[in-house]
Every structure is written in C-alpha cells, then in structure tokens.
Write a protein that binds this ligand. Structure first.
Ligand code: SF4
Length: 333
C-alpha cells in the first residue's frame, strides 16, 4: 500500500492525492467457479442459457454472450430461442427449475455456489425441525427465492426488517391487532448481507420470540468472501484515512451495494458505481485518498479501468496493483 506522502515547500504543504485498494475485492470464489463451469461447457458443447443473470455485471454478460452464453428469463424462453442446455447460476434456484428442464427435455448445468447450497439445505433442515424460517434478505433476489423454494412451506418468509414480518408483538402479549410469533423461529441470511445489520435485525426478532418459552435460532450464513470484502473495506477506512469510497459493481449487485453501505456507516462518502463514467467530478474535488473496493461479480479489468481513470485525474495509483491473486483459495463451508 502506498504510504501518505507530504510534499512541503516554504510556503505551502500539499497532500498528495492517492488511491488505496481494499486487500479483498472483486470476483469471489463462487462467481469464478460458476463462470469457469459455464464457459467450459459452452466451449466444449455449444450454447448454454443460464436462467436469470449469470452474474450481476453487464460487462461480463456481454463477453459471455459472444461465447454462446446468454441469459434467458425461463427454461421455456430458452427452449423458444433454440437452446438445448440451460444453467442454474451461482445464486441458485428452487427445485422447480430442474423439474422444468426435465419436462422440456433440455440438459441442466448447475453452477450454484456451494455456499448457497449450504443455506438451501440448512433452511430445509430448520423447517424439518419445526422452526418458522426467516430468510434475512431481499425477497426479489434469486438466491432468497431459491432458499424459500427449497424450504417449500408456508412457514417461511423473506424479510429485511421487522416490519416485513407477519408479527407485530412479543410472544405473550395480547390485545386488539397484536400478532405474535410462533414458538420456534430461525433466521438464515442471504449470503451477501451485512453482518452488523443482520445482528441488529436478529436482536430485535429474538426479543419478540423468546418470551413465554419461545426458541430463537440465528444461523449466520453470510459467506466468507462477502465478510472478507466488508472487513477489508473497514480495515482500509481505519488504516488509510480514506475520504471517498468507490464500490465498483453492477447496478443489480447486492453485495456491492452493501460495500457502499459499510463505507457510509463508517462516516465516509461512498458511492456504488458500475463503471468509471459514473464518477462525478464533485466527488473528487475535495478527495485526497480514494478507497476502491468491488463486489463479488466485478472483473479485474473493470476495477483496473477505474484505477486508471483516477490516475488520469491526478490520484497516485497503488504500488502493488489491484490485489494479490490466490488461485488456490477455497472458502470454508
Ligand atoms: Fe458464493 Fe459468496 Fe460468491 Fe455468492 S458471494 S457466489 S455465496 S462465494
């Protein structure tokens, strides 16, 4: 990392503008794995249609299209467009997708991240154990829909805040309009959520569930690569006196949005950008140290382009490039 540099003259002290890079950023293990599987399949056997966005990054989506990998809205859509093979993306899907592929007679390639599969299986197990399952996450996100699909019960719901839940009172409370939770409630999280916000949600829910012999269980299923990216950003802010954060990732990327939120929660002006053209002049006007991070679906060259753009605007790039690559890394799960 480049150390802060002060250049002094007899009349003024100028602080050199610089770029600092989070030591964990960009493509996560699960996204790399999914892209490898699907590109390999397309190269060997021809076109593949992932159902939904294979990755929340428009630049990568374009490149994949050129290789015969094109996202379709449904299995039916893929068949209509002449595809013989469909794929489940790293976010996973409910069991319905394999059933649809079988009934349409198309081959299915499953690139679900094993860390997402873990949440799907855990959700099923908790439901079998009699818990009402709360999936902390975005109800519209394919990963959350998939976890609920595998849970396959009316006793499961997606929620991001207490108001999203069907209960508004603590167990044991009664009165007009009061709806209390069942005796057993468990929470799992969308893998890309923020741990501090998950804990806040869980504490509030726990207070509603545990009175009168209630049982509450929190399973932290935020994945290791997501936690690492958030922790790396926190370290960057604490260590490098950052006064602006740019979190790079597709507009639909949930984990990139979380990174920008982490920056803001630490009191630093933070923006989620998809590409360098999104950077506004006003953001850079007063900035001296720009912290750069990127979501799990952001390729290295997009990060590099942002760094080069900032360098062209007078910010000194980092000595060691955008990050050390560890191709052998596999997260614990
Ligand atoms: Fe897997 Fe986590 Fe990457 Fe999602 S963000 S694909 S769960 S490693």
């Amino acid at each position: 990392m480049v150390a802060a540099t002060l250049s002094t003259s007899s009349t003024s002290t100028a602080v050199k503008k610089r770029i600092v890079i989070a030591d964990e950023l960009g493509y996560c293990w699960g996204v790399r794995r999914a892209l490898d599987i699907i590109q390999d399949a397309a190269e060997k056997n021809g076109p593949v249609a992932p159902v939904g966005d294979i990755i929340h990054n428009p630049q990568v989506v374009e490149r994949l299209r050129a290789k015969g990998v094109e996202g379709m809205a449904s299995v039916h859509d893929a068949v209509d467009h002449g595809f013989q093979r469909v794929a489940i993306t790293a976010h996973g899907q409910g069991p319905h997708l394999a059933q649809q592929a079988a009934s349409e007679g198309v081959e299915l390639i499953d690139t679900t991240c094993p860390l997402v599969t873990k949440v799907q299986r855990l959700g099923q197990k908790l439901v079998r154990q009699g818990y009402f399952l709360v999936v902390y996450g975005d109800s519209f996100h394919p990963e959350v829909k998939g976890v609920l699909g595998w849970a396959d019960t009316s006793k499961a719901i997606a929620a991001k805040k207490i108001a999203d839940l069907p209960w508004n009172a603590k167990r044991g409370e009664s009165g007009e309009g009061k709806v209390t939770p069942p005796r057993k409630v468990a929470v799992v999280s969308q893998t890309t959520k923020n741990i501090d916000e998950l804990m806040k949600f869980a504490h509030e829910l726990q207070a509603m569930v545990v009175p009168e012999g209630g049982e509450f269980r929190l399973c932290n299923t935020i994945c290791e690569p997501t936690s690492e990216r958030q922790n790396a950003l926190k370290r960057l802010v604490e260590r490098d006196n950052v006064d602006l954060i740019l979190a790079i990732g597709g507009n639909k990327s949930s984990n990139t949005a979380r990174l920008a939120e982490v920056g803001r929660s630490m009191g630093v002006e933070s923006h989620h950008i998809e590409r360098f053209e999104d950077i506004e002049d006003g953001w850079l006007a007063e900035a001296h140290t720009v912290g750069v991070t990127a979501g799990a679906s952001t390729p290295d060259d997009v990060i590099q382009t942002v760094v080069e753009h900032l360098a062209g605007r007078g910010f000194e790039p980092p000595d060691g490039g955008i990050r050390p690559v560890d191709p052998g890394y596999v997260p614990a799960y």
